[in-house]
Design a protein around this ligand. Sequence first.
Ligand SMILES: NC(=O)c1ccc[n+]([C@@H]2O[C@H](COP(=O)([O-])OP(=O)(O)OC[C@H]3O[C@@H](n4cnc5c(N)ncnc54)[C@H](O)[C@@H]3O)[C@@H](O)[C@H]2O)c1
Length: 258
Amino acid sequence: MPSMDANGTSAIVTGGASGLGEATVRKLTSMGVRCTVFDRNESLAEKFASEMGGKTNYVAGDVTNPEDCQKAVDQAASEGSLRIAVNCAGVGWAGRVVNRDNSPHDLSPFQLIQNINLIGTFNVMTKAASAIAATEPLEDGERGVIVNTASVAAFDGQIGQLAYSASKGGIVGMMLPAARDLSVLGIRVNTIAPGLFDTPLLGLLPQPQKEELGRSVLFPKRLGNPAEYGELVGFLVSCSYLNAEVIRLDGGIRMPPK
Ligand SMILES: NC(=O)c1ccc[n+]([C@@H]2O[C@H](COP(=O)([O-])OP(=O)(O)OC[C@H]3O[C@@H](n4cnc5c(N)ncnc54)[C@H](O)[C@@H]3O)[C@@H](O)[C@H]2O)c1
């Protein structure tokens, strides 16, 4: 089967110090990939890198800062042939169009969420693609792959998800033009839209509430395990025919209005 052999290549994983990004790093490392974690939580990134025993390195920085992004991409490119970029850095926000007191949604949190989730993905995708473009193509012309993280909220935005859904919808919208732009370079672009995953993002919820959320999933009736996200990234990296696709990874859930 024609597939991209990731063994010995380098990857940048944003948000790689926690949750879905961390699971991605674990999976890619098991495939022989040298990962650079790019995360704003320096202490977590450092702890994780030392746990990985030198198989992973990290750059502390913010995806909203283009210079930090360039630094992280340069680091990843210096670790080996950079062929993989996975964007997992992201944050949530709850706020309605009109608040309970009829005041309008503040612009600043809306902008902040677009800045981190959407512009952060843009920053790293563009800079990583530029570095991947400089690598030698593989036998079939492939140079690499970019995986972005949206959310089922891009399609099933719930009450209070105005800012979050807009940012994730933007990530879905960027995918096809990005895949088309990068096709001449042999770089694929795919997007994962996760449902409900048991990561620190949901960690503040008490266990009974997590279980209740799990029961709302079609099948299996539980939250997603971050390792399942890592598995999908591994498959998206390896399977060269998968391009310009958004995959819901959600146990079949369709989010209700609230
Ligand atoms: N967990 C879920 O159920 C779920 C569902 C759908 C989508 N997602 C998306 O998946 C992605 C990962 O989520 P997670 O659940 O693993 O969250 P998480 O909080 O466990 O991990 C996110 C990581 O991103 C880092 N980060 C946040 N903002 C950053 C910035 N500006 N610059 C650099 N690093 C930054 C954090 O420090 C953290 O380590 C997010 O984009 C999230 O929106 C998660």
